[in-house]
Design a binder for this molecule. Structure first.
Ligand SMILES: *[C@@H]1O[C@H](CO)[C@@H](O)[C@H](O)[C@H]1NC(C)=O
Ligand SMILES: *[C@@H]1O[C@H](CO)[C@@H](O)[C@H](O)[C@H]1NC(C)=O
Ligand SMILES: *[C@@H]1O[C@H](CO)[C@@H](O)[C@H](O)[C@H]1NC(C)=O
Ligand SMILES: *[C@@H]1O[C@H](CO)[C@@H](O)[C@H](O)[C@H]1NC(C)=O
Ligand SMILES: *[C@@H]1O[C@H](CO)[C@@H](O)[C@H](O)[C@H]1NC(C)=O
Length: 463
């Protein structure tokens, strides 16, 4: 190895010089504003390599012989490449190209050394040392690259960067395709263009005690209840709830003044109490996943009685098909309830639909009844929440701690499915545990790591 590096040294120095003074028949004046070529650095690299080489071969490394052989082969190849280029020297590109080749070779050598590092603990220290040395060499080579007068490599890198930027631009352009039109005849909303806010953001009277919960306004209130707000916290194991708290107004909810609690049961959890956060209030009844079953519960706030309807028996429950993203599962979010102007829906996944989302309309009779059902291709565990607007299902995913993205829609009127929305929601806390649209005020009600948040949905008329 030391031999080959000696060779590199000898090759590079002449070529750098020749590059500056080469001309045809004319006399060239050497005018260089650049600093002198740092020959001593190259010498250092060469010295280090020979030392590394000495240190490695002085050990009896039977298991890693092949790796070392590979390493040696790379070095010999490097030697070949350089000597070949020397013969084919055809002008200014020479320096740039040869430096580029050396750089590529060093990357490969680094790879081999990484493998070497992994091979045995016994040689870990040694290989760590050599890796560090090679890192130094790479750094030095990068520095040497600054003496690349033709700037070829810099331009090449810039091109790569510009290409990448261009691809990103294209992505963004494509992503600004408009959302589906929300059957203007029926809802008169046009299409959703953005979500703004948060409009309100606060803790509840419980502080940060309960990371899972739900809240909102009745989407179809009985007369006299129009201003009421409801709140349910999952107070047992962050999965189960047994009572609904109501406030007269939004400000009393935020201040925690004058609540009314309505209990489904005095114990928690038990038959027909609440499991998972994604419930809704509609027509003074709460719709939710009943404890430990694949059934929908309807709790009549007036009579305090529960009626149920079962989902298909292969529907996910008890944490089988929860909402999730790569890092996190939102536990017991198998069933998501949603309200829009036409009523209540339940969103879940089933084995027969391969864990993908299924939407069923819930008729709000007593007992409730499931009517129309739609099967989508949206895998439930890649989604963090859903909501419905005018018969269109919207699904969100986790982009990062600050942004949740509405990326998917399913139109239950046309059965059209789209994965190309890029409507962003600015988060105040990393995880959205509950989200529902209220057709009365066009707000999204969100429960996010114990905080209650609202967002405005913006629509655009379509001519
Ligand atoms: C090689 O080994 C010697 C003696 O152990 C040590 O001083 C030197 O730093 C090592 N060189 C490299 C490049 O690892
Ligand atoms: C270097 O030379 C080897 C043959 O020794 C050849 O296979 C390889 O493609 C050359 N690498 C470059 C970057 O030209
Ligand atoms: C070598 O492997 C160890 C773990 O086995 C790791 O901690 C170390 O960072 C590695 N060194 C290099 C230079 O990759
Ligand atoms: C953008 O969308 C057009 C039309 O659907 C498609 O042909 C093109 O490949 C897309 N470009 C990118 C970068 O996704
Ligand atoms: C709840 O009970 C009241 C009183 O019996 C009834 O008028 C109302 O329709 C019930 N609500 C539902 C959703 O069944």
């Amino acid at each position: 190895m030391s031999q080959s590096n000696m060779f590199i040294l000898m090759v590079i120095i002449p070529l750098i010089l020749s590059q500056s003074v080469r001309g045809k028949d004319c006399v060239c004046e050497l005018q260089s504003s650049d600093p002198a070529f740092p020959e001593n650095k190259l010498l250092n690299v060469e010295f280090t390599v020979s030392q590394c080489n000495g240190n490695i071969t002085s050990e009896k490394m039977t298991e890693i012989d092949s790796l070392v052989l590979g390493l040696q082969q790379r070095i010999w190849q490097l030697l070949d490449n350089v000597s070949m280029l020397e013969k084919e020297d055809n002008g200014n590109l020479y320096a740039a190209v040869s430096l580029r080749i050396i750089e590529l070779e060093l990357v490969e050598i680094q790879d081999l050394l990484n493998k070497l590092n992994r091979t045995t603990n016994k040689y870990q220290l040694l290989s760590e040392q050599t890796s560090a040395e090679l890192q130094d060499m790479e750094d030095t080579m990068e520095e040497l690259e600054k003496f690349d007068h033709t700037q070829v490599m810099l331009k090449q890198r810039e091109n790569q960067r510009i290409k990448r930027d261009l691809e990103r631009c294209k992505d963004v352009l494509n992503s600004t395709k408009p959302a589906p039109t929300l059957s203007p005849g029926h809802c008169g909303l046009g299409r959703m263009v953005s979500v703004s806010g948060p409009r309100t953001y606060s803790l509840t009277v419980y502080g940060t005690s309960y990371p899972y919960g739900a809240w909102g306004r009745d989407a179809n209130p009985t007369p006299g209840d129009e201003n009421k707000y409801w709140l349910v916290v999952l107070s047992s194991s962050i999965v189960h709830g047994n009572f609904i708290r109501q406030y007269g107004t939004l400000s009393t909810l935020i201040l925690g003044i004058g609540p009314t609690d309505t209990y489904i049961s005095s114990s928690n959890p038990t038959t027909n109490t609440i499991q998972g956060p994604n419930m809704v209030m509609y027509g003074n009844a709460l719709y939710y996943n009943c404890y430990n079953t694949y059934s929908v519960c309807q709790f009549n706030m007036t009579t305090r009685s529960v009626s149920t309807v079962a989902l298909p028996n292969d529907a996910g429950y008890n944490n089988k098909f929860p909402f999730a993203h790569l890092g996190t599962t939102y536990i017991y979010t198998d069933m998501d309830f949603a309200t829009d102007v036409s009523g209540v829906y339940v969103i879940y996944a089933s084995t027969s639909n391969f864990g993908n989302v299924v939407i069923s309309k819930v008729e709000t009779s007593d007992p409730p009844v499931l009517s129309q059902t739609w099967s989508t291709s949206l895998h439930k565990k890649t989604v963090t929440n859903t909501f419905m607007v005018c018969g269109v299902l919207y699904a969100t995913r986790y982009l990062d701690k600050e942004i949740e993205e509405i990326f998917y829609t399913y139109d239950t009127k046309t059965n059209e499915e789209r994965y190309d929305l890029r409507i962003h929601i600015k988060k105040m806390q990393p995880n959205i545990k509950y989200m529902n649209y209220n057709p009365r005020d066009h707000l999204l009600y969100v429960y996010s790591d114990a905080y209650i948040v609202t967002y405005e949905t913006m629509f655009q008329e379509v001519q």
